[in-house]
Design a protein. Structure first.
Length: 158
């Protein structure tokens, strides 16, 4: 196993998969790929204190020392464009490729965009990432009226 395990998705599941591989004695290469540029962070606080407090910082899932100390090659800011299972490779958006022996997909889910007139207007946003939370915080400081579509946990918390 020269290419090791590649984990696509640096949220809770991806970080825990990397940690579990090391805890269970796997000593081959572990590469954790995330499409955001930040260190992996807890997402639940985004819909609570982070949006309300301009001074709030994201809460890391693990400190940077965890990744280096556990020989986990964390690669932020990489979006995978295509999986080629036949050649055991990933095509990286913007160019480049990444080989794997084993692949873990831990990308989570995305909010469903509703095909409604006006859904593409400025100020219509979803909450999934740190960038989304920052935008919502900025927009809500300038707004008097807000409409929330969705009564799940995140919608109710906001």
């Amino acid at each position: 196993m020269k290419n090791g395990v590649v984990i696509v998705g640096a949220g809770h599941a991806g970080v825990q998969a990397a940690a579990s591989l090391r805890e269970d004695g796997y000593d081959g290469p572990v590469i954790l790929v995330g499409d955001e540029n930040e260190l992996p962070y807890h997402k639940p606080p985004l819909s609570k204190t982070f949006i309300k407090d301009a001074e709030a910082k994201p809460q890391p899932l693990r400190g940077e020392a965890f990744y280096t100390g556990s020989a986990i090659d964390y690669r932020p800011g990489i979006r995978i464009e295509r999986i080629d299972a036949g050649r055991h490779g990933l095509d990286i958006a913007g160019g480049g490729a990444l080989a794997f022996d084993n692949l873990i997909l831990a990308t989570g889910s995305r909010p469903r965009a509703l095909p409604l007139p006006g859904s593409d207007l400025s100020g219509v946003v979803s909450l999934r990432s740190l960038a989304d939370a920052r935008l919502i915080r900025e927009l809500s400081a300038e707004s008097e009226d807000i409409v929330i579509l969705g009564g799940g946990f995140i919608g109710l918390e906001i």
